[in-house]
Unconditional design. Structure first.
Length: 312
């Protein structure tokens, strides 16, 4: 077993531990005897060909106040004793991409990085669904305002979203007669200079946007349905959706069976599939969530399942 769990994440002081999957991973790593190390993505750096990190030792406890304590600072190369988890949230901007290049060099020095840095770069969470055309809603990706308007017109209404967002940010539901449609398109495409996604609106969203967690290519048997609030169409907990744990069904198993081998092949050990009705809408690989909620409802230990797979 590797000695250190090196967690690359956003500010630990700002997390909500009842819902934070990264916190679940830290708790499980500590329980298994890993020495915890904490840093933000901008604390990675390169000396020659050596990927190094300026980090702090860390201890965690599952209490609402004082859930973490930072210890000694340490600056060193990442190597064979390190299990590195890259859990910084999107957007996948230049800083994020540079971090994946450094983590790929850390891999060459013997560190294990989860999820694999190349996969984090190559798998845009919105575009990855295109590998599975038989499973997804009707989808268009373009910077052309006329193409988007025609897509919306043909379907009466559609969901429009950026390719680099998370947590429901920047997502619109628009109809062909919506007086704001042009403004929405201009905003999402930066006046025609960047790609945006248009997807068929799925009325099954009223029953929830279902998060299916995948651990080493296998679905967790429970999923979290995120049900939009009365004043919103988005099934995002960050936008006021409520959550309900459910056993996964035949539709989710079919999608998981198709996507799972592809995840393993690309070094994606933990992923979150978003499913509305029987359609796959996103494949989350950067910082998939919902472990804490499912563990609390069903007595599972999904982080433990992940560590079991990594240590096997």
């Amino acid at each position: 077993m590797r000695k250190n769990l090196v967690m690359v994440m956003d500010d630990i002081a700002a997390i909500k531990i009842a819902k934070d999957t990264t916190f679940a991973l830290l708790l499980e790593g500590q329980r298994r005897g890993y020495q915890l190390r904490y840093l933000n993505e901008d604390q990675l750096f390169l000396t020659g060909s050596s990927a190094q990190a300026h980090m702090r030792s860390l201890t965690v406890q599952d209490i609402a106040a004082g859930w973490y304590e930072l210890g000694a600072e340490e600056t060193r190369a990442l190597g064979p004793n390190d299990l590195v988890m890259m859990r910084a949230d999107p957007p996948v901007d230049a800083g994020y991409l540079y971090a994946t290049y450094l983590l790929e060099l850390a891999e060459k020095s013997g560190a294990r990085v989860v999820n694999k840095p190349r996969a984090l770069r190559d798998w845009n969470e919105k575009l990855a669904i295109a590998h599975f055309p038989e499973l997804i809603p009707e989808t268009l990706v373009t910077s052309s305002a006329s193409r988007i308007r025609e897509f919306v017109k043909q379907r009466e209404k559609a969901v429009l979203k950026p390719l680099d967002g998370m947590g429901g940010r920047g997502i619109f539901l628009a109809g062909a007669s919506d007086p704001n449609l042009n403004v929405i398109i201009e905003t999402l495409t930066a006046n025609g200079s960047q790609l945006a996604m248009a997807q068929q609106f799925l009325p099954e969203i009223v029953a929830g946007d279902k998060r299916v967690l995948m651990v080493h290519g296998q679905p967790v048997p429970w999923m979290l349905a995120r049900i939009p609030g009365a004043q919103d169409f988005r099934g995002n907990l960050a936008r006021g959706a409520s959550s309900e744990g459910r056993p996964i069904g035949d539709a989710e198993r079919k999608i998981a069976a198709a996507v799972g081998p592809f995840l393993v092949e690309n070094g994606i050990e933990l992923a979150g599939l978003d499913v509305i009705g029987d359609r796959l809408t996103e494949i989350n690989v950067t910082s998939p969530t919902c472990i804490r909620e499912l563990d609390a409802q069903f007595g599972t230990n999904i982080a433990g399942d992940l560590f079991d797979a990594l240590e096997a």
